[in-house]
Design a protein around this ligand. Sequence first.
Ligand code: CA
Length: 225
Amino acid sequence: MRILLVEDEKNLSNAIEFILKKNKYIVDCVYDGENGLDYALSNIYDLIILDIMLPKLDGVEILKNIRKEKISTPVLFLTAKSTLEDKVVGLDAGADDYLSKPFEIEELLARIRAMLRRKGDIIKDDTITFKDIKLNINNYTLYCNDKSIQLPLKEFNIMQIFINNPNNIITKEFLLEKVWGYDTEAEYNNVEVYISFLRKKLARIGSKVEIKTSRGIGYYMEYKV
Ligand code: CA
């Protein structure tokens, strides 16, 4: 399970990151609203924990933007405000739950577990599609007609980004940040290696989808007919 944490108070962010990692969640932390929106739009997260008061762009604006893009990732708001009016604004913007600061870490974990369980109930269509390929987001399996192959996590994350952004060129920098994480020491050649794995797997299942290189920029998908 991959969680995005958008919280500008470093101490609080570090504390939440620590406890989430200890509980076996994969966590990406960002510290302002613009990065928060950028990461959330990659649509690779199972849950987003969103502070309301953030530099550059507040949590409510981030949420409105991601819902506008039809991204249904469950969002848990963290807020120092607990007035009824703020809750109504957040719920109208599409938040799924609230936690008022200060909170007990056990309560945060309980809410996360509940939201992830609910997510499993809500999401019936667990595949995303591009041309002749289907990617199952629960078992990480890539299908083409009657052939299939299960992808390791990083290759799955990359494939998911491509299918969710079918008309875009995806930069190596974007892939590094989204798949390897904010503070990664991985380099562009790591990305290149994983792209070559994916190309081989697409060919192996007989797909006409290719991952093409856009020189000096990144990659995009092309369907050969
Ligand atoms: Ca804040």
